[in-house]
Each structure stands twice: as structure tokens, then as C-alpha cells.
Design a protein around this ligand. Structure first.
Ligand code: PMP
Ligand code: GLU
Length: 396
């Protein structure tokens, strides 16, 4: 008995695996600081919880339409108009069980064996594995810390082939926090104008957590409007990771394809979560603003502390809640039986000796780096960075 070849080619999610390891150490009584999984540490705002309670009392307990309740799809259109000055018809919106499912829907709908998906590295772990699940080819375009982890139009142009079907990226980015400016997106858009066979998937899940500059969507360029799919959701901006609501705004034929796939796979997302999400998108945005301010303060704190650690190269993330320092200066060093050959060894060394959980950059396509999520309290961050510094200073 054995699993399918399709699944055998998919790796386990490194973010979820590291988080599980840290829970296991915690269960054994260790005081672990978990900077591995990326999720806001805030509770869902009260007005959103109230909307969910009301939905339960009003018996929103039946199957919803596969692509989502009309009230939510309209709320999503209102959000796109208000925040992004983009017009969508509710029929172009598909609501799913988290943005992760939205991305899986798009990729499984659009690509298969023989097709190529271009993914800039560093990338979010699941992009590559979802493409593997679709049995298509990943074409990775690398952008290091010296280019603020953003690819250039020349790199993009060189990666496109007749087999390219999709370009998949996030801005603000997980794992780097880098944000493409309007001009940078314009330059990438010019390359896509010359390559009309490529669909652009723009993952904007961290839109509300943008500190410096303004979040811009590549969908704003009129020439690309008929082939950009925006992915977004309520997980990060509204502290609703467990409610599992993500959505896309897509050209009609892609929305229809995702709808068909989802109809055979999971049906519509949870009815109560959908009503809560409609409130999140149309109700007061103040709690999200406050969370953003807190993330900004923590960003400044972790950047300052990380820069005091000799051997770490740190950029300043402009959004999301991750720090992605380059740590290869520690490779080849040792302490107490730990030989650090790569970022995987370093993440394990920090977990087992300093009890701080991070994620190796390898899973994000950047083996010289480590990812820290700073979505936790200031006290925990100060303590974690202290422990990391002490552990790294011991490596000789
Ligand atoms: N895209 C990116 C870049 C993410 O970091 C995440 C967070 N896991 C997702 C998509 C998926 O989010 P969701 O919780 O809505 O599935
Ligand atoms: N996006 C989060 C992260 O990168 C959640 C974990 C996951 O879904 O992989 O840590």
C-alpha cells in the first residue's frame, strides 16, 4: 500500500511542522517562545464576534452557495472599491476556507503537468507545494537581501517561457515583509504586457499590515485587469486565522473554474465565519489599525535588537510581521555537539538550546536565512532576542 505519486512529491508545511515541534517541547515542560508560526496574537475584535453570535442565533446553519453568501461577496466588492479603487462584480468573487484554499483552487484550476509557475524567492512555503500537488513545474526566481528580496523586471523576463502559465507572489511578502512600490509593480506589469499568456496571482493577505509606503495592487494596471487574480482574506488583518475565510477576485472564467473545483471538494466555507467576515470587511476598521500600530512598534523593536547581534544581516520589513535575517555567517561553526551546517541546523540549535522556535529559510527558498514571526508580545520578543543572541554568541 502506498500514497499517490502526486502527494509523495509534496513536502509537509515547514511552518506548521516547526510550530508542532515547539508545542511538543512545551508539553514536556520547556518554556518555549514560538516565533515560528505566523499569526496575529490578538483576539478577534468584539464587533466581529458579535456578528458571528447573531448569525448563530439567526440560524445561518445551512450550506451556503459554493462561492459564498451574497452578503459577503458584496461586502468584498465594497472593500475592493473602498480600499483599492477596483470594480468587481460579486460573480467574480469566490470565498474559500482560508486564502490557502483560494491559492490551491487557482493553481489546481489553471496548471497541470508540463506547465510552469514562476515564483519569486523568498516565497511562502505553501506556494511551491501546491504547485507540486498540481504536478506542474516551479520556476524559482531568486531575490536576495541586497535587492530587498524583490525581483527585477529583467529577472522576470528571463524566467518567462512559452510554458509559463502563472506568476505567483505576495506583497507585503511572507517571509520577508518586503513591499513592492507602485513603480516596481509598473515595471513588472510592462513585462507581463509583452507576455499575454501569463496569469498573475497577487497574494495580498498582508494588505492591512503595511507600515512604510502604501500597499499597491498589480491589478490597478488596466492592461492586466483581465488576467490578475487577487487573493486576500481576513486571517491576518482582522486576527481571524482560525475562522478560515479567504477569497479571490478574478476574471470570470477563473472564478467559475474555482467555483467548480470547490463545489466538488469542500463546498461553501463555514456560514458563521462568512457572516463574521462580512462584518470585518464593512464594520469599523479601527481594531485593524491598532493591531498594525502594535506590529509596527514590534518591528522597530526586533530590527533594533537583531541588528545588535553580530553576524546577522537584517533588512527593514515594510509590512507583514516577519523578520528574515541572513544568518549564513554562522554556518560552519559549532557549540556543545551542535555543528551548524545550514539554516535547518541553526533553527534546531535555537529551538533545543535557547527554546526559541523559528523557521529555516530553506522552506522559503532562501537557505541563508531564518524567519522570525514577531506577532507576539514585546516581553516575549525581548526575551527571545536575548536568548538568540546568547546562543549565537556561543558558536565558534
Ligand atoms: N498567503 C500568505 C502569504 C500567508 O502568509 C498565509 C498565511 N498562512 C496565507 C496565504 C494563508 O492564509 P489563510 O490563513 O487565510 O489560509
Ligand atoms: N502563514 C502562516 C505562516 O507562514 C501560517 C502557517 C501556514 O499556514 O503555513 O506561518
Amino acid at each position: 500500500m502506498y500514497i499517490s505519486e502526486r502527494l509523495a512529491n509534496v513536502n509537509e508545511s515547514a511552518t506548521l511542522a516547526m510550530s508542532q515541534k515547539s508545542r511538543e517541547l512545551q508539553a514536556k515542560g520547556h518554556d518555549v517562545i514560538n516565533l515560528s508560526i505566523g499569526q496575529p496574537d490578538f483576539n478577534t475584535p468584539d464587533h466581529i464576534k458579535e456578528a458571528a453570535k447573531k448569525a448563530i442565533d439567526e440560524n445561518f446553519s445551512k450550506y451556503t452557495p459554493v462561492p459564498g453568501l451574497p452578503v459577503l461577496r458584496e461586502a468584498i466588492c465594497t472593500k475592493f472599491k473602498r480600499d483599492n479603487q477596483l470594480d468587481f462584480n460579486p460573480s467574480q468573487i469566490v470565498v474559500s476556507n482560508g486564502a490557502k484554499q483560494s491559492i490551491a483552487n487557482i493553481i489546481l484550476s489553471l496548471v497541470g503537468p508540463g506547465d510552469e509557475v514562476i515564483i519569486p524567492a523568498p516565497y511562502w512555503v505553501s506556494y511551491i507545494e501546491i504547485v507540486n500537488l498540481a504536478q506542474a513545474g516551479n520556476v524559482v526566481v531568486e531575490a536576495g537581501i541586497d535587492q530587498d528580496f524583490k525581483i527585477t523586471p529583467e529577472q522576470l523576463e528571463a524566467a518567462i517561457t512559452p510554458k509559463t502559465k502563472v506568476f505567483l507572489f505576495s506583497s507585503p511578502s511572507n517571509p520577508t515583509g518586503s513591499l513592492y512600490t507602485r513603480d516596481e509593480l509598473r515595471a513588472l506589469a510592462d513585462v507581463f504586457v509583452k507576455n499575454p499568456h501569463v496569469v498573475i496571482v497577487s497574494d495580498e493577505i498582508y494588505e492591512l499590515i503595511t507600515f512604510d509606503g502604501k500597499h499597491e495592487s498589480i491589478a490597478q494596471f488596466e492592461e492586466l485587469r483581465d488576467r490578475v487574480v487577487i487573493v486576500n482574506g481576513v486571517s491576518k488583518g482582522y486576527a481571524m486565522t482560525g475562522w478560515r475565510i479567504g477569497y479571490i477576485a478574478a476574471p470570470q472564467w477563473i472564478a467559475d473554474a474555482c467555483n467548480k473545483l470547490q463545489g466538488q471538494y469542500t463546498s461553501g466555507a463555514c456560514s458563521i465565519s462568512q457572516m463574521a467576515s462580512a462584518e470585518a470587511l464593512t464594520g469599523t476598521q479601527e481594531p485593524s489599525e491598532m493591531m498594525k500600530e502594535t506590529f509596527l512598534r514590534r518591528r522597530d523593536l526586533v530590527v533594533k535588537m537583531a541588528r545588535e547581534i553580530e553576524g546577522m544581516k537584517v533588512n527593514v520589513p515594510q509590512g507583514a510581521f516577519y523578520l528574515f535575517p541572513e544568518v549564513d555567517s554562522y554556518f560552519g561553526k559549532s557549540f556543545d555537539g551542535y555543528d551548524i551546517k545550514d539554516a535547518n541546523d541553526l533553527a534546531m540549535y535555537l529551538l533545543e538550546t535557547a527554546f526559541v522556535a523559528t523557521v529555516s529559510g530553506e522552506a522559503f527558498g532562501s537557505p541563508k536565512c531564518l524567519r522570525f514571526s514577531y506577532a507576539t508580545s514585546d516581553e516575549q520578543l525581548v526575551e527571545a532576542l536575548k536568548r538568540i543572541k546568547t546562543a549565537l554568541d556561543k558558536l565558534k
